[in-house]
Design a protein around this ligand. Structure first.
Ligand SMILES: [Zn+2]
Length: 471
């Protein structure tokens, strides 16, 4: 288990310095914007593409690296001039014709073609994957290079424009606001813009024979609503804003009936989470239900993806509907600065499930906490929440012990401190990077006292602390 603190990458290094996934992400530059032009043939799973990356050199660079999967590269340009490049494993090494000065902005263009396929890793194959009839992208944590060259670390958030051309009968949903859709002969070109800072793993492409279902309407009818370029529509007090967020879904026709029951409370869940966590961080929310089964639902930026098996017409999986929506705040808007802090994503998303249960007349959050505390107590006490180790990033104990920590904190400080704290956490760090230490600092600020013994027990000790009683 690696547990060293994240280090600053050295100039031009092919490491992010991440304490868990140092080989994803690169040093020496920060990406500002990705402009992807994708031409995709569904049957043969063939992608012809170009990526134009605008970045800033954080030091003088004679070379730099990008994370990239197995494509045939036709050419690489830096600032419009052909650059030398080599590949090793999943790194594309680029040597510009002219070295880049520290602080300078530069533009890299990569032209490539191939069959996108998920990348193997500790969590199975992740990234761009074929469906029975279409495609999906589910990249957490390291699948993004399966479809575009990138600086694959969550701390390097950027904006995006993604244009995708494919066969016309298919609905295309990319994480972003749809800004144009143009059909020509048998193909349609869809263009999306993602204006909020977004980590590579949360970018996603969904292609399928889906119906477009409107759940909560936006300012304009239909899938093609105009881009409301208000990426930072923030109210810092967080209380005044309870805007109705446009919410829509891409659903296989055969599942529409069951979907409308299972997601019937989506609008209410959105309202509830906005009350708890402050304004929803994006312009819209898109739900995709694939026609294939998926192991787990997955979050993307302004989007969640569910499998056909998560829809049964009986709301069996409503907790997952809540969980994925909660990630729009915790994970997507507030992004971990290092993968070691993953409990900040999963603990909050888990606790949101329990809070919704309580609010919607189901079991109380305290009852859920008691249930899960008993179950976690029966598991090995060999995981430290603040540093679970790379192989246990997605261990169930990270999720449930994270939820339990939040409930125990609520019991300790009381609702009058806990709920404003949670909202301030989401609002003050909106579209930023977060660490466990920053959460502890904010919690102590709200509590007005040191909580070090509480956090030592819950974050750093392998034993599961006892669950406090309700105040
Ligand atoms: Zn999750």
């Amino acid at each position: 288990m690696i547990s060293k603190a994240s280090a600053q990458p050295s100039p031009g290094a092919d490491t992010s310095g991440d304490s868990y996934l140092p080989h994803h992400g690169n040093g020496g530059y920060r990406v500002r914007h990705y402009d992807l032009e994708l031409d995709y043939k569904i049957g043969p799973n063939r992608l012809s593409a170009s990526a134009a990356i605008t970045a800033e050199a954080t030091q003088a660079l004679s070379r730099f690296t990008l994370d990239f999967g197995e494509f045939r590269i036709n050419r690489v340009l830096v600032n419009g001039k052909p650059a030398k490049y080599t590949r090793r494993a999943h790194k594309l090494n680029v040597k510009p014709a002219k070295s880049l000065a520290a602080g300078s902005e530069f533009r890299v263009e990569v032209y490539y073609v191939g069959n996108p396929r998920p990348l193997p890793g500790l969590w199975g194959d992740i990234g761009w994957d074929e469906l029975t009839d279409g495609s999906l992208v589910a990249s957490q944590p390291v699948g993004a290079p399966s479809w575009f060259p990138c600086n694959d670390h969550p701390a390097d958030k950027a904006t995006y424009r993604v244009a995708l051309t494919t066969s016309s009968p298919y609905l295309v949903a990319v994480t972003g606001n749809l800004v144009s859709r143009l059909s020509r002969a048998s193909t349609t070109r869809w263009v999306f813009e993602r204006l909020e800072p977004t980590p590579t793993y949360l970018m996603s492409v969904q292609i399928g024979r889906y119906d477009d279902v409107e759940l909560v309407s936006g300012p304009e009818p239909g899938w093609l609503s105009p881009p409301s370029v208000t990426a930072y529509r923030i109210s810092l007090d967080g209380d005044a804003v309870l805007a109705s967020v446009p919410q829509r879904a891409a659903v296989p026709p055969r599942l529409r009936r069951a979907f409308s029951r299972d997601f019937g409370r989506q609008g209410k869940i959105m309202d509830s989470l906005q009350r708890l966590f402050g304004p929803y961080p994006f312009d819209e929310y898109v739900i995709v239900v694939t026609d294939d089964d998926l192991d787990d639902p997955i979050e993307a930026q302004g989007m969640s993806i569910f499998g056909a098996n998560h829809v049964d017409g009986r709301r069996t999986h409503e907790r997952l509907v809540v969980h994925e929506l909660a990630h729009q705040w915790f994970g997507n808007s507030l992004t971990v600065a290092d993968w070691r802090h993953i409990w900040l994503n999963e603990g909050f998303a888990t606790y949101a499930e329990w809070l919704w249960s309580e609010e919607s007349g189901g079991q109380t959050a305290h009852a859920w906490a008691k249930t899960w505390h008993a179950r976690m107590k029966a598991k090995p006490a060999d995981l430290r929440l603040a540093d679970p180790g790379v192989s246990r990033m997605f261990d169930e104990r990270v999720y449930k012990r994270g939820g339990l920590l939040l409930h125990a904190l609520r019991c300790l400080v009381g609702d009058a401190v806990f709920f404003p704290l949670v909202k301030a956490w989401a609002v003050e760090n909106r579209h930023g990077l977060v660490t466990t230490a920053a959460f502890v600092t904010l919690a102590e600020r709200f509590a007005g006292r040191s909580l070090s013994s509480f956090f030592d027990a819950w974050l750093h000790a392998p034993a599961l602390p006892p669950l406090p009683t309700l105040p």
